[in-house]
Design a protein around this ligand. Structure first.
Ligand code: ATP
Ligand code: MG
Length: 302
């Protein structure tokens, strides 16, 4: 497990004003990490990811069996921060039947004809399951805050501060409703530096097998770096709540972000204090009877 003191630094304290400059993008460059050395950190991070995956597999089985809670994991980031790879690695040990991933792209005309939370409500995890939102309703206060022209019909052409504040409030209320109904909400912002994004884009360009990942749209969005940063800071400030806090995960080193996210997810599910359902008298009788039959099979059983 990662030292909880380190993980606590990634958590956005509810009510605090977020300045992303206060959060590292490369944890291995922090004073704390320098003492350990990069090699040791990488080795430990890989071990922690493996340990967390095993713990997560057990925790998920219990989540499924107890059937009292669901888990909603939200991943937000700018392009090339590693959302897909995180999902692939962190969830690789989990029973696929207990886990659902939804990726949200530009909304369809039908989706834009509904309230902005509609399409996400339909994708929420059932009790006993883990749902991952690869992008989420936070896009509706992030990408469209940078590009208000992409808001659906019926929205103001030039939304003011009040408009966004109302959306934050809607999100906070929505999340409160989910938490009250047994959902554990874990929100991660993968915090990538502009320089690391440049290198990852270049890598996609220089590597023919990665050409399919290159997107001219991503290049266009990079031009709006400062606006995205402001939109993220405002959203994290307004929506890191006691019931659904944000984690700002340093994303320049994939092994750091994956280990941190895997650890936080696992520890949080374990923190729910779930139990296997109690077996009633009737069920115990049925088990006893089955045991008797199976231990001494009759001839006609074949
Ligand atoms: P990948 O590139 O790894 O396939 P991705 O999540 O970047 O994953 P894309 O199809 O490249 O997927 O991009 C989806 C786009 O849809 C993003 O630019 C995102 O900002 C945009 N989008 C998502 N939700 C909304 C929304 N509610 N309103 C407008 N745009 C949205
Ligand atoms: Mg993309």
């Amino acid at each position: 497990m990662i030292d909880p003191k380190i993980l606590a630094q990634f958590k956005v304290a509810p009510g605090s004003k977020v300045d992303l400059g206060d959060y590292p993008t490369d944890w291995t460059e922090t004073d704390e990490a320098k003492e350990l050395g990069k090699k040791t950190i990488k080795k430990r991070a890989v071990e922690i990811l493996e340990e967390s995956k095993e713990r997560l597999s057990v925790a998920q089985e219990l989540l499924y069996a107890s059937n009292t809670h669901s888990v909603l994991i939200i991943l937000q980031a700018i392009d090339a921060a590693g959302k897909d790879g995180t999902i692939r690695h962190v969830m690789s040990g989990v029973n696929p039947q207990g886990c659902q991933v939804f990726s949200f792209k530009k909304p369809s005309a039908e989706e834009l004809d509904h309230n902005f939370l509609w399409r996400y409500m339909k994708a929420l995890p059932e009790r006993g399951r883990i749902g991952i939102f690869n992008r989420s309703y936070y896009e509706d206060v992030l990408v469209v805050r940078v590009h208000p022209e992409w808001l659906g019909p019926g929205s103001p052409a030039e939304p003011d501060k009040k408009f966004w504040e109302k959306r934050y409030e809607d999100i906070n209320n929505f999340e409160k409703h989910l938490v009250r109904n047994g959902t554990l909400i874990l929100k991660f912002f993968l915090h990538l530096s502009k320089e690391e994004q440049r290198e990852r884009f270049l890598d996609r360009i220089q590597n023919p097998e990665k050409h399919w990942k290159f997107s001219a749209d991503d290049m266009a969005e990079r031009e709006h770096w400062k606006d995205y940063r402001k939109a993220f800071e405002a959203a994290l400030t307004a929506t890191s709540t006691k019931h659904a806090p944000w984690h700002v995960i340093p994303a320049d080193r994939k092994y750091v972000s994956r280990a941190a996210i895997a650890d936080i997810i696992t520890t949080s599910i374990q923190g729910l204090g779930l139990r296997y359902p109690e077996v009633g008298e009737e069920q115990m009788k049925a088990i006893e009877e089955a045991r008797r039959k199976l231990e001494r099979p009759s001839k006609d059983e074949g």
